[in-house]
Design a protein around this ligand. Structure first.
Ligand code: UD1
Length: 430
């Protein structure tokens, strides 16, 4: 089983290029099947989640040509099946975006119930509520969500919780519904805006994405488009925290600094320097890290997908910090692993009380999910001695060339597949 072997202690120094946003790519790839014309999408990250989604799209007859590693041409004029029951697709959360896309275009879709990171209950009631409000029948049978209707009609939809997935799914279906739809209490995440921009580039009429209220005038057809996906806010934030934790100096390039404001604000609060330019953010960590309190919130609040990374940093800060997870109820599972590296963290319900320690020590640990896995790698980079991170398949769901990018910043990290390779790494790093 592939693992990351890490020898901690090197400050990360240099420049790193951030790729396209995974969560935007998943929505945009799914939405690309809503036209019969060809769509060209650039800046698609080459990660497991996007590849699995593409594979599922191909299984129903979508033609996907890879022009290069990050550019795909999609033609969905020959879809022959509206049922997606692929075994892989259950593993990724965003499989359900094909529901909104197919329902909008064909008035029918059947997709396996989604999986994704095991970070707590992840209901889809708001997606279903939205589809029903548009006039679709929705039922769950044999592990499939089945939705169909004769006619989709615009409606006024109030989401009871701010949900990225429900906002995106309902937006896609409503784009091709008759008449006007209003989504209230919509999610404002950058990838919601990116999807709206993409759909508009295909001829949709969506206004207000990025605010609480999205207004959509349905259109009967969408046309081809060329579109470039925004940079990944969470990949960027992860490298920013890697700089902070390793006492490094990293220029994180190809980002939209506005999307990183809550992350930059917390880094400043704990004593890092953060310099912003048009499309880059530099993080310098030269002083001992200070403590702070954090509550995860929907955008523009501090992202839940950055919660494990900030906990790793606060675990090394001076004083006591409190981190409250308000989006997912079971997102502190990695704390046990961090404790094995010497962290002093007590979890009570959705709150972590963190007493900073002066150092972590390397250990054999397991990545419990995507973002926590990346955070544990960062912990390993700062730790004394060798850390081995297991189950890196989770990390590869959302980070392209993670270890290679870290190596380019001076990290001692390698992907190993056997005990022999691990021993070789240990000998090499001394
Ligand atoms: C997306 C992101 C994920 C991120 C999360 C929150 C993708 C592919 N994934 O996940 O990385 O952590 O946003 O920023 O973009 N909820 C309901 N009913 C629903 C839907 C959601 O109660 O029908 C709840 C969830 O349980 C959770 C909260 O709403 O407590 C937010 O979830 P949501 O924004 O939908 O997250 P995802 O779209 O699954």
């Amino acid at each position: 089983m592939e693992q990351y072997a890490i020898k901690g202690g090197n400050p990360l120094v240099g420049e790193v290029e951030i790729g396209g946003a995974k969560n935007a790519a998943l929505a945009i790839l799914a939405a690309a099947i809503m036209t019969d014309e060809t769509v060209l999408i650039e800046n698609v990250p080459d990660v497991r989640d996007t590849n699995v989604l593409i594979q599922a799209m191909e299984s129903i007859g979508v033609i996907v040509n890879r022009i290069d590693r990050h550019t795909v041409k999609i033609n969905a004029s020959h879809i022959h099946d509206l049922t997606i029951e692929d075994d892989y697709i259950k593993k990724i959360r965003a499989s359900y975006y094909l529901l909104g896309a197919l329902l909008g275009k064909y008035r029918k879709a059947e997709v396996s119930l989604p999986g994704g990171c095991n970070i707590g209950l992840r209901p889809i009631d708001q997606h279903i509520k939205g589809f029903r409000a548009l006039g679709a029948n929705v039922r769950i049978e044999h592990g499939l969500i089945i939705t169909e209707t004769e006619e989709l009609k615009g409606n006024h939809i109030y989401l009871d919780v701010v949900s990225v997935g429900a906002t995106i799914n309902v937006m896609m279906a409503a784009t091709m519904a008759a008449g006007k739809t209003t989504i209230e209490n919509a999610a404002k995440e950058p990838h919601v805006v990116d999807l709206a921009n993409f759909l508009n580039s295909m001829g949709a009429d969506i206004k207000g994405a990025g605010t609480d209220v999205i207004r959509i005038k349905g259109v009967s057809r969408l046309h081809g488009s060329e579109y470039t996906i925004i940079p990944d806010q969470i990949e960027a934030g992860t490298f920013m925290f890697a700089a902070a934790v390793t006492k490094g100096d990293v220029m994180v390039k190809n980002v939209i600094p506005k999307h990183l404001e809550s992350i930059s604000a917390k880094l400043l609060e704990i004593g890092c320097e953060v310099e912003e330019s048009d499309d880059a953010v530099r993080v310098v960590s030269s002083k001992p890290l200070g403590h702070t309190h954090v509550k995860t919130l929907p955008y523009p609040g501090f992202p839940t997908d950055m919660q494990p990374q900030i906990v790793v940093a606060l675990g090394l800060s001076l004083g006591t910090s409190i981190v409250t997870e308000s989006i997912f109820e079971n997102r502190f599972k990695y704390v046990d692993e961090l404790t094995r590296m010497g962290a002093s963290i007590k979890v009570e319900g959705n709150t972590a009380i963190i007493d900073g320690v002066t150092r972590y020590t390397g250990a054999s640990i397991t990545a419990p999910d995507l973002r926590a896995g990346a955070a544990l790698v960062i912990a390993g980079l700062s730790a004394e001695g060798i850390t081995v991170v297991d189950d890196i398949k989770f990390i590869e769901r959302g980070y392209e060339d993670f270890h290679i990018k870290l190596q380019s910043l001076g990290a001692q990290i390698e992907k190993v597949d056997t005990e022999r390779e691990l021993q070789k790494f240990k000998l090499k790093v001394g």
